[in-house]
Design a protein around this ligand. Structure first.
Ligand code: SF4
Ligand code: SF4
Length: 136
């Protein structure tokens, strides 16, 4: 059994199509929606974690791509602009998965582990210099 966190980007014409349920029905995959949104230009974004046998995950992702859905690894979504970061630590206490963490207790240096990030975006607003960016 394996799991993968991915971001799906649906073009406007596919938003209301029942595509994702095929992952369960045809590929025996379980999925957990971490986040979903529709942008003003009507593109749909969905972050989800899929679980199942590795070959089925690969086949399910190929199916999504064949449907015109863009599939990207979830870790690409949130980026910290370290040039802007002032190391205040405000994001660390708010991050539910410890993706943002104190790397060094002496210097209080903040670091980011994209593998742990679930793209909940809770860290965006509390960051004073707006150093945390969402990339879809
Ligand atoms: S988006 Fe959520 S999980 Fe990711 S770093 Fe920010 S607070 Fe943590
Ligand atoms: S809240 Fe922003 S400025 Fe403060 S440590 Fe986090 S990323 Fe850096």
């Amino acid at each position: 059994m394996a799991s993968k966190k991915i971001v799906l980007i649906f073009p406007k014409e596919k938003i209301d199509k029942p595509i994702v349920y095929h992952l369960v029905k045809d590929y025996n995959l379980a999925f957990n929606i971490l986040k979903a949104s529709i942008t003003p230009d009507q593109e749909g974004h969905m972050a989800l974690e899929i679980t199942g046998e590795s070959p089925e995950i690969d086949r399910g992702i190929k199916f999504l791509k064949d449907q015109g859905v863009t599939v990207e690894p979830l870790s690409k979504d949130i980026k910290v602009n370290w040039d802007k970061c002032v190391q205040c630590g405000a994001c660390v206490s708010i991050c539910p998965t410890a993706a943002l963490y104190i790397k060094d207790r002496k210097t209080m240096e903040v670091a980011f582990d994209p593998e742990k990030c679930i793209a909940c975006e809770l860290c965006i607003r509390p960051c004073p210099p707006r150093a945390i960016e969402v990339h879809f």
